[in-house]
Design a protein around this ligand. Structure first.
Ligand SMILES: Cc1cc2nc3c(=O)[nH]c(=O)nc-3n(C[C@H](O)[C@H](O)[C@H](O)COP(=O)(O)OP(=O)(O)OC[C@H]3O[C@@H](n4cnc5c(N)ncnc54)[C@H](O)[C@@H]3O)c2cc1C
Ligand SMILES: *[C@@H]1O[C@H](CO)[C@@H](O)[C@H](O)[C@H]1NC(C)=O
Ligand SMILES: *[C@@H]1O[C@H](CO)[C@@H](O)[C@H](O)[C@H]1NC(C)=O
Ligand SMILES: *[C@@H]1O[C@H](CO)[C@@H](O)[C@H](O)[C@H]1NC(C)=O
Ligand SMILES: *[C@@H]1O[C@H](CO)[C@@H](O)[C@H](O)[C@H]1NC(C)=O
Ligand SMILES: *[C@@H]1O[C@H](CO)[C@@H](O)[C@H](O)[C@H]1NC(C)=O
Length: 567
């Protein structure tokens, strides 16, 4: 003890003496470190993968632990489901094909955009704002409600007049639930091995265990507001009705304060995070297999385009995207393979046109202006056989994104065109597009699609079928962060809340857990937080009578979830 005090004293004195001439020396980590870099493979360059790399680099650099990060991405670009396309192929007009907004309380994205020097702007900054009502909620035969401002639901006398206390109750519920969710960001809950355990600790299982409709009802939110406003939000955000989507995600849909996006595209956050992580990023490279060696290392096989397979050895591997769509084989096989989750099929149709949305399609006066954003809901008394049914509207949403200058053919002049985005469960027909643009009905053949329309009416288009998010059935268990020793997984959070922010949070969580496991190797075990929420089935033993298999309303086949709640 005594000698330790003396050496600390000497160290203190020496430090002061040296601090004048030798500042650089002090930056060196004080503890002895293993000079062999930790080798980490991250599969997927979306929100989850890029934030794993970003956080790991921060922690490792602070502790002076050398780490070599390799990212594999099978697409030719970084960002995953956050990606842009350019109207007319012109880089001056990038628009989001995937994830379009994040909000003020999305601290991982907000902080990273600040720290990485990106420009954040209001999500609807480019909207033309030519119509009185920027947003209308359409039930297939009438607008049930309209609002002037897209992302501000509150403080509107009209809301109270129509919906009574429901908006206020919803606002309070949003505040409460967001507060509970944010506990996952901090100690003692962060970092978490078991998302199920963390969700229990944050008292969020009540919200995930029931449908949005049941959860809102239990919280005294009136059904008119739920159907007309909240369901319009769950439909545009998740392509799901309130009878289907769970309560947590339904409430999260109403947390729209400070909705923003990144100038040039949200993918820039993930691109900048990867650059800051000094990861070696391999695009066009598909990982096909992970072999866990007996010495604890991992052999990762990958293919550049269709070329021959190459193999590399790593200490840790992170699967940063839905495992079921990754095509990766893991051997020896996992003790527990994550549930295959049904994902939504979403057709995203982007196009430009000189025409405005036709008021007559929506039963409005020819001289009226249709709302620039049209959200949809189900009509009152509509009882779909299938809870996933889009209903009479036939689409989830139509938004006017911006205007662009379209060069005219025979002159230097330009013409103003509008850029639209449609979300729908089926591919839109040309007839439907012609209808909402107010074109002649007999103008198109019955099986034509948007690309068949005249360039005079649709000057540019881009269609994409996504699996954007899971069907968010009520459930009470979520996949853990570790699939096998050294094989980490971020995708489990998608059936809890599916956003860029939550994937980023899970990336940061996985990186922190991985880092702590290294610290345990090199230091005295100080009871690190990795022991929190160990996998323990008894954690999940909630009242049994609540659970039984339910039928997947999309495919009407039983789905094998142990822990789904029916209502
Ligand atoms: C149309 C649409 C709208 C959305 N709107 C919003 C929104 O407004 N706000 C919001 O927050 N979220 C939104 N989302 C959801 C959001 O995009 C996702 O939750 C989030 O981007 C998921 O990030 P991730 O990193 O977990 O997965 P991904 O972004 O899917 O990244 C996984 C990556 O892994 C790669 N990969 C998979 N397998 C392999 C393999 N074997 N080898 C190599 N690479 C592989 C994939 O190519 C992909 O790039 C939207 C999504 C879509 C599609
Ligand atoms: C990835 O592949 C695409 C399409 O094959 C190609 O255009 C692009 O240049 C490739 N990118 C890299 C970095 O190899
Ligand atoms: C974001 O930044 C704020 C202010 O610097 C900090 O208090 C907070 O912990 C950060 N949160 C995350 C998730 O990075
Ligand atoms: C969860 O719901 C049950 C009954 O539905 C209720 O008794 C309990 O108080 C709720 N818990 C929380 C944290 O809201
Ligand atoms: C419409 O579909 C029929 C049969 O499915 C096909 O023969 C015909 O060519 C299609 N017409 C157009 C315009 O695509
Ligand atoms: C699981 O949790 C229960 C209750 O918290 C505890 O009694 C039991 O010992 C745990 N089992 C394991 C294997 O950790």
């Amino acid at each position: 003890m005594a000698s330790r005090h003396i050496s600390l004293f000497l160290y203190f004195v020496l430090t002061i003496l040296l601090s004048f001439g030798n500042a650089a020396e002090q930056q060196q980590p004080l503890q002895a470190v293993d000079a062999t870099p930790k080798k980490v493979a991250i599969i997927g360059a979306g929100a989850g993968g890029s934030f794993t790399a970003y956080q790991l680099r921060k922690l490792a650099d602070e502790a002076g632990i050398p780490v070599k990060i390799t990212v594999y991405e099978r697409e030719s670009y970084v960002g995953g489901r956050s990606t842009t396309v350019n109207v007319f192929g012109d880089p001056a007009y990038p628009i989001e094909l995937g994830a379009s907004i994040f909000v003020q309380v999305n601290y991982n994205l907000v902080n990273a955009s600040r720290d990485l020097g990106l420009t954040v702007r209001s999500a609807d900054y480019a909207r033309p704002q030519e119509a009185d009502e920027s947003i209308g909620i359409w039930d297939g035969s009438q607008f049930v409600f309209s609002l002037k401002n897209t992302y501000k639901w509150w403080n509107l006398g009209r809301l109270f007049w129509r919906y009574g206390l429901a908006p206020l109750r919803t606002q309070n519920l949003v505040k409460k639930i967001v507060g509970q969710f944010l506990r996952l960001y901090e100690e003692p809950l962060f970092p978490f091995n078991s998302l199920s355990g963390a969700a229990i600790a944050a008292e969020l299982l009540n919200a995930t265990a029931s449908s949005g409709a049941a959860f809102l009802h239990a919280n005294d939110v009136g059904s008119l507001f739920a159907r007309e406003i909240i369901q319009a939000s769950t439909r545009v955000n998740y392509g799901q009705n309130l009878q289907l989507i769970h309560g947590l995600e339904s409430v999260v849909c109403m947390a729209t304060d400070g909705a923003v996006s990144i100038e040039g595209g949200n993918w820039r956050i993930f691109d900048a995070a990867l650059s800051a992580s000094h990861a070696h990023v391999n695009v066009n490279t598909t990982v096909t297999g992970i072999i866990r060696n007996s010495d604890g290392t991992m052999q990762v096989s990958s293919k550049l385009n269709a070329a021959s397979t190459s193999e590399k050895t790593f200490d840790e591997v992170v699967v940063a995207g839905p495992l079921q769509y990754s095509g990766i084989s893991i051997s020896p096989s996992l003790d527990h393979t994550p549930d295959e989750i049904p994902y939504v099929n979403l057709h995203v149709t982007l196009f430009s046109s000189p025409h405005r949305i036709a008021p007559q399609y929506f039963g409005l006066d020819l001289n009226a202006r249709a709302p620039e954003t049209i959200l949809t809901t189900l009509p009152e008394d509509f009882n779909p056989e299938n809870k996933a049914d889009v209903g009479p509207s036939g689409f989830w949403s139509i938004s006017t994104l911006r205007t662009v200058d379209h060069p005219t053919v025979n002159s230097e002049e330009t013409e103003q065109h509008y850029v639209y985005k449609i979300f729908s469960p089926e591919r839109p027909t040309a007839e439907f597009i012609a209808g909402i643009l107010g074109l002649e009905k007999d103008y198109v053949s019955s099986n034509a699609t948007i690309g068949d329309l005249s360039k005079n009416d649709v000057s540019w288009c881009h269609e994409k079928l996504w699996n954007p998010y899971p069907v968010l059935y009520p459930r009470v268990t979520f996949e853990d962060t570790l699939l096998a020793p050294g094989v980490w997984y971020t995708g489990g959070i998608e059936s809890f809340i599916s956003t860029m922010e939550t994937s980023a949070l899970m990336g940061r969580n996985v990186a922190t857990l991985m880092f702590q496991s290294w610290q345990k190797d090199v230091r005295v075990n100080d009871g690190a937080a990795t022991e929190k929420f160990p996998k323990n089935e008894s954690l999940y033993q909630l009242p049994h009578h609540l659970f039984r298999d339910i039928f997947d309303p999309v495919n009407t086949r039983p789905i094998p979830y142990k822990c789904m709640l029916t209502h």
